[in-house]
Design a protein around this ligand. Structure first.
Ligand SMILES: Nc1ncnc2c1ncn2[C@@H]1O[C@H](COP(=O)(O)OP(=O)(O)O)[C@@H](O)[C@H]1O
Ligand SMILES: [Mg+2]
Length: 279
């Protein structure tokens, strides 16, 4: 269980988090969705004890990340936004060092290391230097490393940025498996499809505040599940409807061209903020 209460963080003039409140139940696959600069990485950095909040309270499985950082850290596995593997070392060596830092015994490191290499499908190239790995392989190794000490909560900060569609889908399967095996997952993303495909709960964040919370389905239902995009002179106008029948009769009355489709989380964001997530 993750509890975030009235969290504030500013960097000089920039307010990164502006009174964020959020509870994430154990076992969930939670997605923090928001545009670049919304404050997602700041949240992950605070949750993983890398950044100190200005005020507010954050606990992970009951451990306060400011007051008991070392204890809290044992509960947590992190896959940071930027790749921070040791490029000169092999995959196996990267995992070994992580195990040592977390105080694992040599036996556990060997055992878990092998289990994790096979879990992410890197056993064949475990002894190759990481600098020869593709982007997808590096991500998988970062996931293996995050799981080495059997954390109950796993944070992934934009884990699929820069990956091609096939690699991204493979990674999604891996993440689903981690969640099915019992870990709570908090993933940040600015990819709408990623949040919709993976998350049972989504928190939409904008300017350091939570502006919506719910399952993707509930959030989409709330704006109206059917969308009509009207091609107007000044650009595309979006209209929301509760069913296809209403949408179709609206289109019949319209002059000019229009498109009918199902709503998605991008529409939810647009309806709440007047902007798009990925502009
Ligand atoms: N170390 C820092 N120094 C100054 N400003 C920062 C720093 N880290 C983040 N920010 C600012 O805080 C805001 C939130 O950033 P971040 O949490 O990285 O957002 P996201 O991960 O959603 O893109 C942005 O305006 C960003 O420019
Ligand atoms: Mg970020």
């Amino acid at each position: 269980m993750i509890r975030i209460g009235n969290l504030h963080k500013r960097y000089k003039k920039v307010i990164a988090l502006n009174g964020l409140n959020l509870d994430i139940p154990a076992g969930s696959f939670f997605g923090l969705l928001g545009p670049n600069g919304a404050g997602k990485t700041t949240i992950v950095n605070i949750l993983t004890t890398l950044t100190r909040p200005d005020s507010g309270r954050v606990t992970v499985n009951g451990f306060d990340v400011v007051k008991e950082p070392i204890r809290a850290k044992l509960e947590i596995g992190v896959v940071p936004q930027s790749i921070n593997l040791d490029m000169e070392l092999s995959a196996r060596e990267n995992l070994f060092i992580h195990g040592l830092l977390y105080g694992m015994s040599q036996k556990d490191i060997r055992q878990e290391g092998e289990r994790m290499l096979s879990f992410v499908g890197l056993e064949e190239c475990a002894d190759r230097p990481v600098k020869d790995f593709s982007g997808g392989m590096k991500r998988r190794l970062m996931i293996a490393r995050a799981l080495m000490h059997s954390p109950r909560v796993v944070f992934l900060d934009e884990p699929t940025v820069g990956l091609d569609v096939t690699t991204r889908r493979k990674l999604w399967e891996l993440l689903k498996k981690i969640n099915q095996e019992g870990a709570t997952i908090l993933l940040t993303t600015h990819y709408i499809e990623e949040a919709e495909a993976l998350c049972d709960m989504v928190g939409i964040i904008d300017f350091g505040k939570l502006i919506a919370l719910g399952s993707p389905k509930t959030l989409i239902q709330r704006v109206g599940p059917i969308v009509v995009e009207q091609m107007a002179e000044d650009g595309i106008r979006t209209h929301f409807f509760s069913n296809r029948k209403e949408a179709t009769s609206f289109i019949e009355r319209l002059k000019g061209s229009a498109l009918i489709r199902e709503a998605n989380l991008e529409d939810v964001f647009l309806e709440l903020t007047g902007r798009r997530v990925n502009q």
